[in-house]
Structure formats: C-alpha cells, structure tokens
Design a protein around this ligand. Structure first.
Ligand code: ATP
Length: 323
C-alpha cells in the first residue's frame, strides 16, 4: 500500500470528522499518502478527490456532519459505475480505502473490493446504532444526547400546561435512540419497533400516571413503531383517553447534526486509527467495531448477514420499572 483514500457515504453522523482526521493523520504518520474522496461513491465516479495533509483536517474534530460531504449514489451499483470509480482511483495511485457509513456503504465496499484489487476497511457511521459488529456506531451517542436535551425542554412545557406529549425520534428499524433517550429523560412510556406495545397497554400506563397525580407525560415513539409513528399513536390514544391536552413533536433531522460528544470523538478517532492499521496489516473487507472496550474487526460478509437485533434486556425492563 502507498496511498489510502477515505470517504463518507450514506447519512452523515457526528464523529465522522474525528474519524476522517484520524485516518489522515495516522496514515501520514506511518508514511503513507492519504487522499479524501468527496461525496462518497459519487466522488469516486466523478473523480472528486483531493490529497490530504495533516493540516487539511485541522479544526474539524468539533464539527458535526462530514467535511468530505456524503451522497447516495445509484451509479455505483452498476458495473460501469464501479469500473469508472476504479479507473479514477488507479489513476491517482490510490490502492486502499477506508469507507465510513452504514450497511449500504458496506455492501458497496464489499462488492467493490471483491471485484478489484483495492482493499477496503469500513467504519460504522450512523446515528441509528443498528449495525452488527459494534456495540456502538459513530454518531449514536451524540444523537441520543441531542434527543435528551430536546425532551428536557419539551418537559418544561408539558409540566407547565399539564400536557401529554408524543415525541417521535429516529429509528426506522431499531429503537436504540428511543430506548436510551426515554430512560435518560424519564419518559412515561417508550414505543419501539422491537416491541409490539398495544395501545391499551399504553393507555393503562397513562391512566396509572394520571391516578398518581402526574401532571405531565412524555411518550417517546420510535419512527418505526407499528402504530404509525407519533401521530398514529397520539390519534389512537386520543380516541380512548382524554385527560390531558395532547401534542405531537417530530424531532426529525435535528437529531443528526451537532457537535459530536466526547464519546463519538474518541470512538471516531479510535476507529479511524484502527482502520489504517488494519489496512497496513493486510486486512480487507472488514469493519472495525467496538465490543466492550476493545476495537475488533468483523468480516463485512458476516456483518452484512441478517442478525437478530436485540435491545439490552435490562434497559427494556428498566424502561417500565423506572417510568
Ligand atoms: P445510512 O445507514 O445512513 O442510510 P448507508 O450507508 O446504509 O447509510 P445507503 O444510501 O444505503 O446508506 O448506501 C450508501 C451508498 O452505498 C449508496 O448510495 C450506494 O452508492 C452504495 N451502495 C448501496 N448498496 C449498494 C450495492 N448493493 N452495490 C453497490 N453500492 C451500493
């Protein structure tokens, strides 16, 4: 290997910049050239690539989003698009890649490095925390903190006006953000895609709260909840339970941005450093992940196989007991 290129792809996530910085600085420190590819796979096809120096990643650690930009690129799914990307990389002497993104990005990386002689190491960057092979993905901690901050603010209004708030948070398939943010903000109930909470069960909880003279209630709803998100749940509850004034808030894209937490800065740095070391070690088609407090490598093929996704049992139990 002589020249490593790094890129971000799929949805942006806080901590990606810390990872880019670590890849660039570790690579250069160890005697390699490093390039940055703009807009993910699209930039590979468009030859939107620039050489990086230590200085080019100064002062980015604290920034949300990704300085390399990100994109969704359909053309990369076609052999012609991949071929064009390969030619551009070769032309520039790039012979190894670090890809930061979600499972779509990993699928592209797996296909590309199985076809061409360019090894790839992937880093899990997505706020959803729904990837196999890492206890935490880059951006999840920051997003959860952002959600907690928002819920705390909404709680002030809920409490002052005796209101029942339904707050929808990100998580189409995984309720990681909803579960943790719900526990950390003392939500009265949490509706998760992983758990089929019946509306009657939710109403029992709310009635119990009302009987205990709770003057406000917060229900966190993951967007993948089967009752149709926060609006769906609110409508069903309102049909049967009309004690409080009810309101719905969809937190939406504000959950994706913002300055990364210390956890995501350190995780991004560790993962970027580990990705470069793995490439130098001769690893290919692997993802770096955090298991316990150790950085581990998992084969992309294994990471991409369907695994049953499970939320922590103790958190699930606590979410009911502590509410
Ligand atoms: P997020 O979890 O934030 O959605 P992601 O990496 O899963 O991130 P996707 O949009 O699914 O986001 O994938 C990112 C890019 O990876 C796609 O735009 C496409 O360029 C590439 N990609 C996805 N699937 C494939 C595939 N089967 N073959 C080649 N490239 C792919």
């Amino acid at each position: 290997i002589k020249k490593i290129a790094v890129f971000t792809s799929g949805g942006d996530a806080p901590g990606m910049n810390a990872c880019i910085r670590a890849v660039v600085r570790t690579g250069i420190y160890l005697g390699y050239e490093v390039a940055g590819i703009k807009q993910g796979y699209q930039g590979m096809i468009d030859d939107n690539i620039e050489n990086m120096s230590r200085h080019s990643v100064s002062n980015i650690m604290q920034l949300g989003g990704t300085v390399l930009k990100t994109a969704r690129c359909l053309a990369f799914k076609n052999p012609d698009g991949m071929q064009k990307a390969y030619e551009n990389l070769k032309k520039r002497g790039i012979d190894a890649l670090v890809a930061i993104g979600g499972d779509g990005t990993f699928t592209g990386a797996e296909r590309f490095s199985s076809t061409y002689d360019i090894p790839v190491i992937c880093v899990p960057g997505t706020i959803d925390n729904d990837l196999y092979g890492s206890d935490f993905t880059l951006g999840f901690d920051t997003a959860t903190n952002t959600v907690i901050e928002a819920i705390d603010k909404i709680r002030d209004t809920a409490e002052s006006h005796d209101r029942l708030f339904f707050i929808e948070v990100m998580g189409r398939d995984a309720g990681c953000i909803a579960l943790r943010a719900g526990i950390a903000s003392g939500a009265e109930a949490i509706m998760l895609p992983e758990k089929d909470t019946a509306i009657s069960e939710l109403i029992d909880l709310l009635e119990h709260g009302a009987a205990n003279k709770k003057s406000s209630s917060i229900v966190i709803v993951a967007e993948g909840d089967k009752n149709g998100g926060a609006f769906g749940v609110a409508k069903l509850v309102k049909e049967k339970f009309d004690f409080y004034d009810t309101k719905v808030t969809i937190l939406g894209h504000l959950q994706r941005g913002g300055s990364p937490s210390s956890f995501d800065r350190i995780l991004g740095s560790r993962m970027g450093y580990a990705a470069v070391k793995a490439l130098i070690n001769g690893d290919n088609r692997k993802m770096v992940g955090l298991r316990g407090n150790e950085i581990v490598l998992t084969d992309l093929k294994e990471a991409l196989t369907d695994h049953e996704f499970k939320l922590e049992d103790d958190l699930m139990e606590m979410s009911i007991i502590l509410a």
